[in-house]
Ligand binder design. Structure first.
Ligand code: WT7
Length: 660
């Protein structure tokens, strides 16, 4: 452990922290020249990322921009993601190394070696084939974090069937919409899972979803709960473990997939209520996540690595499953929550498994900070070498707490900015190369180009706030929105004629990230947050529209606005609601609101607090002033309210928020 006074001096000094020497000496990437190399030899230099993979046939072109912004990467190449994440490690003499280490909700543990993973992925791939899944068919997966989820993902990849994972915390209704939209005819789900120790039925949510789907769906059910819940396998569904037994020892040849073939679909929230089906291609995606797992997370096959996200979101896809497994690392899967059974649960797992690299979200770090340093202090965290964060901006105070109390002042922190649509990390320091600046994510990665622009698309000056945009394509980028090329262009892209980028080498299209940001004189990007009506709840993206329309469906509700405020275990949804009668609501109305949101969106979006008000604060143009509501929810100073049409409401709102 670093000397305390020395550490404090370093943390209080200029806000620029050099990576600890001991880390740099062993890091995968240490040469600052890497930025220059990518600049000089772009896009061909991306072959480095592709070379981390085994290809069935070599690509002809690294990048084809003919049909921009429908860019294509490693065109003509063929590969299989499951082969790259499983078989090749078995063939390379590491079959007995742990691939997956699972920590269940009730402290159960399970370990799969690469050989175990190989066996079960093959058996399940054979089972999927028997059920009729063919190359190109979309398979929906609706499961909590259990080993069967990554196994099913890899089994799909093996036979060339794109998966569409739906977060288990989303409602049956949301699942149904996604199944319908993607015309998916196969569903793999689970009987249920534990919520704070109680058995919770997931299968019934899935059944609800299927009632509303017009086409036939074949389902497979994993028995997670054993005797805690009757395991119902009815009508069209099959039991996962029965299927494995039927296909015991089966070997399924991995299908050679075109680099541009769809690896998976991931639905995410946008500004409208319609979920967006983000498509990721096999070659570019896998190359970028493997390359960033190596250069940013610094992973090696020897590491035990833990990303505490849920596999049901992009972070889990890229940095629990595909990135780490492509590198042959041991990746942890955690089903539980950070404070069950106690608030030291995370640190207990780090210590017991001697975790080397830990990746989590700012919302979790803020909760750890609130609970106090005594919890990490109870445990020996000296196995940790590197820490990461993702999902929302991290404030310098939380950054420093993480650095000091979790990393002991000896682990670099990578603050990684990226999105469902980018597939992999985009803006972050390289931990073996760059100094860190708490609160700023860092420079764009080698090969990535960002620009902060004003509303007209013109670059702003250093340190001025504007819209974060990406001015060159990248391998892991979204290829399109499922079934909606037009919306893909509309949502994300600006044509070079409208706002030329400084780099025209590949057509000059500009990708609009939807975030506000600033770039400083060193090229470090500070991300300010979403500029559209999208919230981040515990690292999950949530459209305000989806929640608000569900709330106003409740009889008697006039208007609603939701924001994210500080909650007990991280971030919570706060709802501000006005009623038709002007009544400030009663218990019954509250319950209906929560019930509606759980039914329509999912339990994770259910408002933890509902504040009734006679009116919502609006600007003169009639827009709800969400920023103000956010400040009230967080107990922060309110800032400038002069743009309000109804400033008198502020006092009432503060009062109501206090009382609630
Ligand atoms: C949005 C994307 C990428 C996985 C998790 C969320 C915000 C993400 C950071 C960061 C500041 C961040 C942005 C982005 N975000 N990482 N390091 N600093 N903001 O994926 O659900 O697609 O959300 O998360 O607002 O646009 P997502």
């Amino acid at each position: 452990m670093t000397d305390r006074s020395d550490l404090e001096a370093r943390l209080d000094g200029p806000d620029r922290i050099a990576p600890p020497d001991e880390f740099v000496q062993q890091a995968n990437v240490t040469d600052p020249n890497i930025y220059h190399e990518f600049e000089q030899n772009w896009p061909e230099v991306w072959e480095r990322a592709a070379d981390l993979l085994d290809w069935d046939s070599e690509w002809d072109d690294v990048l084809v921009a003919e049909d921009a912004p429908f860019y294509e990467w490693f065109v003509g190449g063929e590969l299989n993601a499951s082969y790259n994440c499983v078989d090749r490690h078995v063939e390379n003499g590491r079959k007995n190394q742990a691939a997956l280490k699972w920590e269940g909700k009730l402290s159960e543990t399970r370990t799969y070696t690469y050989q175990d993973l190989y066996r079960e992925v093959n058996e399940f791939a054979a089972a999927l084939r028997e059920l009729g899944v063919e190359e190109g068919d979309i398979v929906t997966l609706y499961m909590p974090v259990v080993p069967e989820l990554p196994i099913a993902m890899l089994a799909c990849a093996r036979i060339g069937a794109p998966h569409s994972v739906v977060f288990a915390g989303l409602s049956g209704k949301a699942l149904g919409t996604r199944i319908e939209r993607s015309a998916s005819e196969f569903l793999v789900t689970c009987d249920g899972y534990y919520r704070r120790g109680n058995a919770f039925n997931l299968k019934s949510k899935a059944d609800d979803a299927l009632l509303k789907v017009d086409h036939d769906v074949t389902s497979v059910v994993v028995d997670r709960l054993g005797d805690a819940l009757p395991h119902v396998v009815d009508g069209d569904s099959r039991d996962y473990h029965d299927l494995l037994a039927e296909h015991a020892g089966a070997v399924v040849e991995p299908v050679a997939r075109d680099a541009e073939d769809l690896l998976f679909l991931m639905y995410t929230s946008g500004t409208t209520g319609e979920p967006k089906g983000v498509e990721h291609a096999t070659g570019g995606y896998l190359a970028q996540v493997a390359w960033t797992a190596q250069s940013v997370l610094d992973l090696t096959p020897e590491d035990t690595y833990w990303c505490s996200a849920d596999i049901g979101w992009i972070t889990g896809h890229s940095y629990i499953v595909y990135g780490p497994l492509a590198l042959g690392t041991t990746t942890m899967l955690y089903e539980g929550s950070p404070d069950y059974p106690d608030r030291d649960r995370i640190w207990e797992i780090v210590e017991r498994n001697a975790v080397d690299v830990f990746y989590t979200a700012p919302t979790a770090i803020r909760a750890f900070m609130k609970w106090g340093a005594e919890y990490p202090e109870r445990h020996d965290l000296s196995s940790l070498r590197l820490l990461g964060t993702v999902g929302e901006p991290i404030n310098p105070r939380a950054w420093k707490w993480y650095y000091e109390h979790v990393g002991g002042g000896e682990c670099p922190i990578v603050d990684t900015w990226w999105q469902t649509e980018t597939g992999g990390m985009m803006v972050t320091t390289l931990p073996g190369v760059d100094d860190m600046k708490p609160g700023s994510a860092g420079p764009p990665l080698p090969g990535i180009d960002t620009e902060v622009v004003d509303a007209a698309g013109a670059p702003v000056e250093d340190d001025a706030a504007g819209y974060l945009s990406i001015t060159r394509p990248w391998p892991g980028m979204v290829r399109t929105l499922h079934g909606d090329d037009e919306r893909f262009i509309e949502e994300y892209w600006t044509h070079p004629d409208e706002a030329p980028t400084s780099d025209q080498s590949d057509g000059g299209w500009r990708y609009d990230a939807g975030d506000g940001a600033m770039i400083d004189e060193d090229g470090y990007v500070t991300v300010l947050g979403r500029i559209d009506d999208v919230l981040s709840v515990d690292g999950h993206r949530l459209g305000t529209m989806e929640v608000e329309s569900s709330i106003v469906d409740v009889e008697g509700v006039a208007e609603a606005a939701v924001v994210v405020g500080a909650g007990a275990g991280g971030s919570d949804v706060f709802a501000y609601v006005s009623t038709e009668s002007g009544r400030t609501g009663d218990q019954d109305l509250r319950e209906q609101i929560v019930g509606n949101v759980e039914r329509d969106v999912g339990e994770f979006a259910a408002p933890a607090r509902i504040v009734f008000t006679t009116e919502l604060p609006k600007t003169r143009s009639g827009k709800i002033m969400r920023r103000l509501l956010e400040s009230i929810a967080r107990g922060e100073p309110l800032g400038d309210t002069s743009a309000l049409r109804n400033p008198e409401i502020v006092g009432e709102l503060k009062e109501a928020a206090r009382e609630d």
